[in-house]
Design a protein around this ligand. Structure first.
Ligand code: PLP
Length: 365
């Protein structure tokens, strides 16, 4: 039996705006009178070309992406970017500096080792992952081809609020779990990448935003599919792109622009949702947030029993699920609970969780 409403707190793939799903449902088998689904359209035909061009145009508007940046909708998830970034960018000095603030950042660093000599400049794995280190210019190798950061740590629940000062060295950012959650200045970055399955749309598509002068450095031995220059030259259709994921992303971009009113508004909503949840957890008798200070993520909120009572956590998860508050289990590496409250999680969902935490507290303490 499906509960109505169900609020899905999954870290990814995560909830999508209901209005977007309804729109996709309405045109699923007959897109714009073509008698075909978007899934069936030629990726070089006009109907699909309009979709991919609109998607890029709206994303550029939302994020204020300047003309000297390319936007690409690639495949292989953020994990492919862990390799594609060093293959394309770690080429001049074969060095790069990685700020390792969580498990995903660690994975990015490990992958880069296959292509040169990356260095961890702050917060090595296993050290204190509940804080974002301050990165200053003197910590950075002047010969680094780039500095890699993970702007939101999906598992740990931390986020960058101050960007490192890297001078002329480009910042490469994995924004998989907080892209489009607030307005950022794209010109502070050399390259931004994000897997789609959190704030963009269904899995299967990866957004890459790259400063054009950084394209075209890859060695000729790099496979074509992994060379940004090949994708740029082919204007996004070097091979068959993930057409349906791109279509869904376009609907999400439209929703952000038209229904939400842009990223400034989205950020206000996200900040309010996060504050409401953190405040409730901070006042809880039984639970506490894993992250205590200003590095708290607006997107992923891990919390756990104050006394490490795993039975109590299990009971919480089970009763939450019975109420339609689903996928609240913490990542297997950290345990406890994690509420992911991405863009598409409505305020009502957070309110329902907050009400449940308060009620559970009263009954069990
Ligand atoms: N980077 C971050 C910050 C993530 O949260 C994830 C997935 O959760 C990944 C990378 C890996 O993404 P993908 O599964 O698209 O390869």
């Amino acid at each position: 039996k499906i509960m109505n409403p169900v609020y899905n707190f999954s870290a990814g793939p995560s909830t999508l705006p209901k209005s977007v799903l309804k729109k996709a449902e309405a045109e699923l088998s007959n897109y714009k009178g073509s008698g075909m689904s978007v899934m069936e359209l030629s990726h070089r035909g006009k109907l699909f070309m309009d979709i991919i061009q609109d998607a890029e145009k709206t994303l550029r508007e939302l994020m204020n992406i300047p003309d000297d940046y390319s936007v690409m909708f690639l495949q292989g998830g953020a994990s492919t970017q862990f390799a594609m970034v060093p293959m394309n960018l770690m080429v001049n000095n074969k060095k790069a500096d990685y700020v390792v603030t969580g498990s995903w950042a660690q994975k990015a660093y490990e992958e880069a080792k296959k292509f040169g000599t990356p260095r961890v400049i702050a917060n090595s794995h296993g050290a204190d992952l509940s804080h974002i280190p301050k990165v200053t210019r003197d910590m950075i190798d002047p010969e680094a081809d780039y500095v890699h950061i993970t702007t939101n740590n999906t598992i740990e629940g931390t986020a960058f609020y101050d960007l490192p000062d890297t001078g002329d060295i480009p910042i490469v950012a994995d924004m998989s779990s907080n892209i489009l959650s607030e307005q950022i200045d794209v010109t502070n970055y050399g390259l931004i990448y994000a897997g789609a399955q959190k704030n963009i749309g269904p899995a299967g598509m990866t957004v890459v935003i790259i400063r054009k002068d950084l394209i075209g450095q890859a060695d000729s031995s790099v496979p074509s599919m992994l060379d940004y220059a090949v994708h740029q030259k082919a204007k996004g259709i070097y091979n068959t792109p993930p057409t349906f994921s791109i279509y869904m992303a376009k609907l999400v971009f439209d929703w952000l622009k038209e229904d939400i009113g842009g990223l400034e508004n989205m950020a206000k909503i996200n900040e309010d949702k996060a504050n409401l949840l953190y405040e409730t957890i901070d006042h809880s008798i039984l639970f506490e947030a894993s992250i205590k200070d200003r590095d708290r993520s607006w997107m992923n909120v891990p919390f756990l029993s104050k006394t490490g009572d795993e039975e109590l956590e299990k009971k919480f998860l089970k009763e939450a699920e019975a109420r339609g508050l689903v996928t609240l289990k913490g990542h297997r590496s950290v345990g406890g609970m994690r509420a992911s409250i991405y863009n598409a999680m409505p305020v009502e969902g957070v309110q329902a969780l907050v009400d449940f935490i308060k009620e559970f507290d009263q009954k069990n303490s």
